[in-house]
Design a protein around this ligand. Structure first.
Ligand code: NAD
Ligand code: MG
Length: 391
C-alpha cells in the first residue's frame, strides 16, 4: 500500500496529538512529512524524532536560537514561512493551529490543491466565504474536523441538500451549566480550562464554558455548508455522544453518534470510507442508558445570540465577534477581566463597531486587518472597553 504523506500544522497541540496517535497506531499507512509548533520546541523535536520527520516549522524566533540540534532538520522559522512546508509529496494537510493569527497561512494552504482537514474554527469564522471560494478555484478539498461539523459533513454525504430542513449541533453545556449567573462572576481560569467531556487546548476550553465555542460553531456551520442562520441551532446534550443531527422535510432525522473523542472525526480524513478499527472508542449504548437534551439558557449564556446577530449583520461582524473574543479570553486567562466580562465586552465591542459605521460587506484580508486595529483601539490600558457612545 502506498503511504500517505501528512503535514500537520499545530502538531504539538491537542488536535495535533490526536492526529499523531492515529498515525502511531497505523504507521504502515502514513509518513509524517512536516510538523509545526508555536514555541514548544522540545515537544516538536520529540515528535520529529518519533515519526522520523525532517521538516519543521517553529513560530518562536527567539527561542529557536537556543536549540543547536535543529541544524539537523530543515526548519522554517516564523508563521509566515510555514507555507514552504507544502511540496508535491504532501497528500493531506491538517490545519490545527489555534486562533486567527494563522489566517494568512491558511490562505496560502487553501490554494495548495491538497486535501485539508481544518480544525481551526477562528479562521473560518473570520474569512470563511473567501477561503471556500479560493479552495474551490484551486480544487482543494476541505474536510471539517470540528466534531459537530465533521458529523454534519458525514451525515450530508450523498444527501440532497434541498431535502434538509434543519441542522442541529450539540453542546456539552461546559463546566458551568448549572451555575447561577452571580456564581459565574468568580469563575477562575483554572476552573474554566478543565472541560467535563473533551480534553482540549486552553482557549477552546474557555470558549466551551462561555458557550462562545457553540456560537462560533454556528457561524462556522453556516459558512461551511452555506446555510442561513435560521436553519441551525444548538442544544445542550451533556453526554456528548450525539454531535450533529440533520432533519429532513419528511421530519425524519439522522444523527451522528460517537464517543467524545477527536480521533473519530480526524479518522474520516486519514482513512477513506471509515475503514479503520478504532476499537478503543467503542460506544456502548446499554452502559450509557440515557441521553439528555436541554434548551440553551440564553439569559445566562448570550453567545449564541451574539453569533446569530453577527451573522445577520454580515460582512465583518462574525470576524469582529471572533477577534474580540480571542482578546477577551486571553485577558481572562491573564486574570485581567472576570469570566462574565468576556461576553459583556464582546457585545460592547460589536455594538461600538457597528455604531462607528465600520462594518464592510464582502470584506477582504485588508478590511479584516483594519477591523482588528479598530478593535484594539477600543480597549483601554486598564482592560475596560471605550464606551460605545463616546466617539
Ligand atoms: P492547542 O492550544 O492545544 O494547540 C494549538 C497548536 O497551535 C499548538 O501546536 C501550538 O503550538 C500552535 N500555535 C498556537 N499559536 C500559534 C502561532 N501563533 N503560530 C504557530 N503555531 C501556533 O489547541 P487545540 O485544542 O489543539 O485546538 C486547535 C484548533 O482546533 C483551535 O482552533 C480549536 O478551536 C480547534 N478545535 C479543537 C478541538 C479540540 O478538541 N481540541 C475541537 C474542535 C476544534
Ligand atoms: Mg466542536
Amino acid at each position: 500500500m502506498l503511504k500517505k504523506n501528512i503535514l500537520i500544522y499545530g502538531a504539538t497541540g491537542s488536535i495535533g496529538s490526536s492526529v499523531l496517535n492515529l498515525i502511531r497506531n497505523n504507521r504502515e499507512q502514513f509518513n509524517v512529512v512536516g510538523v509545526t509548533c508555536n514555541s514548544n520546541i522540545d515537544k516538536l523535536l520529540d515528535i520529529a524524532n518519533e515519526f522520523e520527520c525532517h521538516k519543521l516549522g517553529i513560530n518562536n524566533k527567539t527561542k529557536v536560537q537556543s536549540y543547536s540540534e535543529i541544524k539537523n532538520y530543515n526548519v522554517h522559522v516564523g508563521l509566515d514561512e510555514f507555507s514552504k512546508l507544502i511540496d508535491n509529496k504532501v497528500d493531506i494537510i491538517i490545519f490545527a493551529i489555534a486562533g486567527s493569527s494563522s489566517l494568512s497561512l491558511l490562505m496560502d494552504v487553501i490554494v495548495s490543491g491538497k486535501i485539508i482537514g481544518i480544525a481551526n474554527k477562528e479562521c473560518i469564522v473570520c474569512l470563511g466565504k473567501t477561503l471556500l471560494d479560493l479552495a474551490n478555484k484551486s480544487s482543494t478539498e476541505i474536510v471539517p474536523l470540528d466534531s459537530e461539523h465533521n458529523a454534519l459533513f458525514q451525515l450530508m454525504k450523498n444527501k440532497n441538500k434541498e431535502s434538509i430542513r434543519k441542522y442541529t449541533i450539540t453542546a456539552s453545556g461546559g463546566s458551568f451549566l448549572n451555575f447561577k449567573k452571580n456564581e459565574m462572576e468568580n469563575i477562575t481560569p483554572n476552573q474554566a480550562i478543565s472541560h467535563p467531556k473533551w480534553k482540549m487546548g486552553k482557549k477552546i476550553s474557555v470558549d466551551s464554558s462561555t458557550l462562545m465555542n457553540k456560537g462560533l460553531e454556528i457561524i462556522e456551520a453556516c459558512i461551511l455548508f452555506n446555510i442561513s442562520s435560521n436553519k441551525i441551532d444548538a442544544i445542550v446534550h451533556p453526554e456528548s455522544i450525539i454531535h450533529g443531527i440533520i432533519e429532513f422535510n419528511d421530519r425524519s432525522s439522522h444523527a451522528f453518534l460517537s464517543q467524545p473523542n477527536m480521533e473519530i472525526a480526524i479518522s474520516s480524513i486519514l482513512f477513506e470510507n471509515n475503514i479503520v478499527d478504532l476499537k478503543d472508542h467503542e460506544l456502548d449504548l446499554i452502559k450509557l442508558k440515557s441521553f439528555n437534551f436541554f434548551e440553551i439558557d440564553n439569559t445566562k449564556f448570550n453567545a449564541i445570540k451574539l453569533a446569530k446577530f453577527s451573522l445577520n449583520e454580515g460582512g465583518l461582524m462574525p470576524a469582529v465577534l471572533n477577534y474580540s473574543n480571542e482578546l477577551m479570553v486571553e485577558s481572562f486567562l491573564n486574570k485581567a477581566i472576570s469570566f462574565n466580562e468576556i461576553t459583556t465586552n464582546n457585545e460592547k465591542i460589536m455594538k461600538k463597531f457597528l455604531i462607528d459605521g465600520c462594518n464592510v460587506q464582502t470584506p477582504g484580508i485588508t478590511d479584516l486587518n483594519n477591523a482588528f486595529s479598530i478593535i484594539n483601539s477600543y480597549i483601554k490600558p486598564n482592560n475596560s472597553i471605550i464606551d460605545q457612545f463616546n466617539r
